[in-house]
Design a protein around this ligand. Structure first.
Ligand SMILES: Cc1cc2nc3c(=O)[nH]c(=O)nc-3n(C[C@H](O)[C@H](O)[C@H](O)COP(=O)(O)O)c2cc1C
Length: 175
């Protein structure tokens, strides 16, 4: 378990290759707990998480989702969904995307701190991908899948990218 938070944050990278080592249910619950610790608009917590360790489901998702083939190798995955029964009304409804994105980043960082690797594979707003996840997980209509996060022990050359670009920042107002 790593403890220097900024080091964990800067070492985070998309991990798309995994070893055969299993991920336990306890580890998956730890990751979901990290997701649920995220901030959300008006504290609505408009999310729902599927922790998947069933090989048949992982393979079905991997075979059908075009940009998530790494699921075929991953020992587990978490699917982050927006829960429309908990989402705010009218123009505020779309805050669910930001809330669930914050939860997702928490999970990715927690995975790194546990020596695990993951990658955000997009589902929402691609309607075809939403339908695939809906069918495979038999989702009720109030849940909208935002992404699928394969989880496993990293096996491969992935390295964190240095994205610090001073030109993407300004002190105080535009000048
Ligand atoms: C909204 C979003 C959607 C993404 N979708 C995919 C995807 O479908 N498949 C994939 O392999 N990576 C996906 N990624 C991962 C990005 O490719 C990755 O974060 C980016 O290349 C930067 O690399 P890093 O995560 O290693 O820093 C997605 C990331 C985000 C934030």
């Amino acid at each position: 378990m790593k403890s220097d938070f900024l080091e964990i944050l800067h070492e985070r990278k998309s991990v798309r290759q995994y070893s055969d080592q299993k991920v336990t249910e306890e580890q998956l619950e730890t990751l979901v707990r990290a997701g649920m610790a995220a901030p959300s608009a008006v504290n609505r917590q408009p999310w729902f998480f599927f922790a998947i360790n069933d090989r048949v489901l992982l393979d079905e998702l991997g075979n059908r989702l075009p940009y998530a083939k790494m699921l075929l190798q991953a020992p587990a995955a978490i699917v982050v969904c927006g829960n429309m029964e908990r989402a705010l009304d009218a123009w505020q409804q779309e805050f669910w995307i930001q809330d669930c994105s914050a939860a997702t980043q928490n999970i990715l960082l927690a995975a790194g701190s546990m020596g695990l690797g993951s990658v955000w594979t997009a589902v929402y707003p691609a309607t075809d991908r939403i339908e695939i996840v809906r069918k495979v997980l038999i989702l009720p209509s109030h849940l909208i899948p935002l992404n699928v996060l394969p989880i496993g022990y990293p096996d491969g050359p992935q390295r964190a990218k240095d994205k610090w670009k001073p030109e993407n920042m300004m002190w105080n107002k535009w000048q």
